[in-house]
Design a protein around this ligand. Structure first.
Ligand SMILES: [Zn+2]
Length: 428
């Protein structure tokens, strides 16, 4: 057992210099040729054209590639994978049959797969059994495993029943809704529920605005917002009806989750109020969706973009079809299909995958832009995403917190694995 500081690993900040053939800034839509990025430890120290390479620096040559900030999925569920067989994508069975520990391991695997596809930040918005998402976030932050920066909601708070319609037997005798949802039907219960999820490590509050006819009123949502603010948290609202959307916008929620119930009027009001949209734009593929549903989703996304809503790239990716051999990262990036079908310009798609994503996740002061002082979270692809957004489907290089996770298209995550919580066990 170690009792002395002597045993602590020497914290020698490693210096890495990346030579980028092209460096993209999604916020301005600009690209610069032949740039150098100096990374010291976990942060970016300098960016420029002709920087001196420090002695002892490791040089990574990406001069034939395009370097850009890591991507964001603003709405996912890493600890949930429901299946076509036998539950037909209806996830009661998943949460009855799969324990919280098993789902935490699934989340760890999914997080690695997302990082492999260039996603360095995710908002993980519930349906993660009993706080799988907190455990996953903490494991990454303490330094046990690689993964994206996780902004997690913990249990979703809703009026009685949450998003489900349990039978009396299941709910009253087996408590069977409550690994996934937290009931809050009165003001006192709302305050208590917000405090519970903050106590158990949530970084954003997720509520069901209108999953049930009783839903939440504008005043109740304002109570959520004020209670969450005590912990510095924002409130994300699952919305599935036009009336719910109207109330959520009036209450001033931080973000609206799912876009299907939103009209152009809603989009205009959201733009005016600066409310983020995580519209979860499911593509029509062999494993999900239908043409009719897809046409509707595309039209809504286009309207949100046209009306200047702060749209983020978001997926709600939580399903898998037997026999599908795509990774969770590939399934996530495949949502580009919807953005392309909506005719949104590549620069705006790339922006939605980065700038508003960092802001929506409230990490924009420390993660995102490739500039000095920020965490070194960056990726590289062949080609230029401004010309062909599908370039993002083949991520060749990933750096997270200054450590190389993927190089030449192959995961090389050795540096992320440790026998202890190297970043500190107090992180929670
Ligand atoms: Zn969702």
């Amino acid at each position: 057992m170690c009792l002395l500081a002597l045993c602590a690993p020497a914290a020698q900040a490693q210096t890495t210099v990346i030579r980028a053939g092209r460096l993209i800034d999604p916020e301005t839509g600009r690209a610069a040729a032949n740039q150098m990025i100096v990374v010291k430890g976990d942060k970016i120290a300098a960016v420029g054209a002709n920087l001196e390479v420090p002695k002892d620096a490791t040089v990574i040559d990406l001069s034939k590639e395009t370097v850009l900030p890591g991507l964001v999925d603003s709405h996912t569920h890493l600890g949930l994978t429901y299946k076509d067989i036998p539950e037909n994508n209806y996830y009661y069975l998943t949460y009855v049959m799969e324990s919280t520990p098993l789902r935490a391991i699934q989340a760890a695997s999914n997080g690695i797969q997302l990082l492999n596809s260039g996603f360095t930040v995710v908002r993980d918005l519930g349906n993660n059994a009993l706080y799988t998402d907190t455990a996953h976030r903490v494991a990454i932050e303490q330094g046990w495993i690689p993964g994206p920066t996780v902004i997690n909601s913990g249990l979703i708070i809703g009026g009685m029943g949450g998003q489900f319609w349990p039978t009396p037997e299941m709910m009253k005798q087996h408590n069977i809704v409550y690994p996934e949802y937290l009931d809050a039907d009165t003001n006192d219960e709302i305050v208590k529920a917000v405090r519970e999820v903050m106590l158990f490590g949530s970084k954003v509050i997720k509520i069901c605005v209108d999953c049930k006819p009783w839903g939440y009123t504008v005043d109740e949502m304002k109570l959520f917002i004020s209670e969450a603010a005590k912990g510095g948290l924002k409130v994300a609202g699952h919305v599935q009806t036009p009336e719910g959307a109207t109330r959520a916008i009036e209450a001033g929620l931080w973000s609206i989750e799912h876009g299907m119930a939103l009209s152009e009027e809603h989009h205009k009001a959201m733009a005016q109020k600066g409310i983020f949209l995580a519209s979860t734009d499911t593509p029509f593929t062999s494993y999900s969706g239908s043409q009719a549903a897809f046409d509707g989703i595309v039209a809504k996304l286009k309207s949100a973009w046209k009306n200047g809503v702060k749209i983020t790239f978001s997926t709600d990716m939580d399903y898998w079809k037997t026999g599908n051999d795509m990774t969770r990262g590939e399934l996530t990036i495949n949502f580009l299909l919807t953005w392309k079908a909506a005719g949104i310009p590549n620069a705006d798609i790339l922006k939605a995958m980065t700038t508003p994503g960092y802001a929506c996740a409230q990490v924009e002061k420390e993660r995102g832009p490739i500039k000095p002082g920020m965490f070194a979270d960056l990726i590289a692809v062949k080609g230029n995403p401004f010309d062909d957004i599908d370039a993002l489907r083949d991520v060749r290089f990933v750096m997270k917190n200054g450590m190389v996770f993927k190089r030449d298209g192959v995961m090389t995550p050795e540096k992320f694995f440790h026998a202890g919580p190297v970043n500190g066990w107090r992180r929670r």
